[in-house]
Design a protein. Structure first.
Ligand code: UD1
Length: 337
């Protein structure tokens, strides 16, 4: 079984390649290295004993996408991670986001549409729910108008896939991630943010290692027990495993609809201060941080109802927040040593 993983050298992509190879799948990775490095292939090989096939390719190049599918006509499934994901950048450069996240998706689907059967897994985000009215958030929660071009690309992406699946042999699963964190326990692969991290956990570990002076905590006047925002932080290895389970569901034709949607989270909400505490506990370090104003666009509270993923996919998270923070810290120490 040959599986295409786009963005397979990125954070979630690389961890998914590892889990796929561990399950015996043959993997071909497409990546344009815009936010990753070829060294990740070595990390994957160190863990699994096998280097995946790799095609350096930009999915905005329609002819290159067509050529790829001619060359790899035997691909049985596609897991599509390749996308840009910085919310602030998307506000400043929306067309980059629409081209990277939408044009690329269309070009891949155009090739899959030609096949009698195709299996497609899409990286979506809990951002589609905005500030949900009730917690935990289940898949029936209302999708709210996107607050950024990035968020909009996830919503439009879901809609495009749904429309195309209706009139083609494509079966798809949309995976709405909560907040992926951590690294492989071997510390052979992990998150490699370019420049100043926008996300909480890489900012914490970079502060812990001395690369940043202090963490700015964006607001402690939210209506939560300690005043800081609450999110559902999921270990990236747990998240990666969910992709393998979802893919097997499609390959075994166990899906009940042409397009199915699952929330992927732990079901547990943690505040920013709780994440800091977990870091301090596993690292034995005091973290320098300061409370500042709220960040525009942040929702107060978001954590997943995991019932559907647990019952229908038969998947559930294994790792705790502390284990995830421990792996993130081990990775940070390794890449700075
Ligand atoms: C963000 C995006 C989300 C996207 C995801 C992809 C926003 C508003 N949301 O999720 O759409 O799918 O990244 O990775 O950008 N925090 C601090 N200090 C920091 C960084 C973060 O206090 O330096 C706080 C934030 O206010 C938030 C929490 O930490 O409460 C998590 O932030 P982050 O890691 O950026 O994730 P989200 O904002 O949930």
């Amino acid at each position: 079984m040959k599986i295409l993983v786009t963005g397979g050298l990125g954070f979630i992509g690389s961890h998914t390649v590892v889990e796929l190879q561990n399950e015996g799948f043959e993997v071909v990775v497409i990546d344009n290295l815009s936010n990753s490095s070829e060294d990740v292939l070595k990390g994957i090989e160190a863990i699994t004993g096998k280097k995946p096939l790799f095609e350096k390719l930009d999915l905005r190049d329609k002819a290159a996408v067509q050529d790829f599918f001619k060359k790899h006509a035997d691909v049985n499934g596609v897991i599509h991670f390749a996308a840009s994901k910085a919310v602030g950048e998307s506000v400043g450069n929306p067309l980059l986001y629409y081209e990277n996240n939408i044009s690329a998706l269309v070009y891949i689907l155009q090739e899959l549409e030609k096949k009698e059967n195709a299996n497609f897994i899409f990286s979506s985000s809990c951002t589609v729910y905005g500030q949900a009215k009730t917690m935990p958030i289940n898949e029936g929660s209302e999708v709210q108008p996107a607050m950024s071009p990035y968020g909009n690309t996830k919503q439009i992406g879901e809609e495009i896939i749904t429309d195309v699946a209706k009139v083609s042999g494509i079966n798809a699963i949309l995976l709405r991630y909560f907040n992926p964190i951590g690294a492989h326990p071997s510390a052979e692969i992990g998150e490699l943010p370019l420049g100043i991290p926008q996300n909480l956990v890489p900012f914490i570990t970079q502060t812990g290692i001395g690369l940043r002076k202090e963490l700015l905590v964006y607001g402690n006047d939210y209506p939560t027990p300690d005043g800081t925002c609450i999110r559902d932080y999921i270990h990236v290895v747990d998240l990666a495993k969910a992709h393998v389970v979802a893919l097997q569901r499609l390959l075994n034709k166990k899906n009940q609809d042409k397009v199915e949607t699952f929330n992927l989270g732990t079901g547990v909400g943690s505040s920013v201060l709780e994440v800091i505490n977990a870091f301090e506990k596993v690292s034995g370090k005091k973290l320098a941080y300061r409370i500042v104003d709220r960040r525009e666009g942040d929702v107060t509270l978001a954590y997943a109802d995991t019932t559907k993923a647990n019952d229908v996919l038969g998947w559930k998270t294994q790792s705790t927040l502390e284990q995830a923070m421990e792996s993130a810290w081990k990775w940070e120490q390794k890449i700075r040593s």
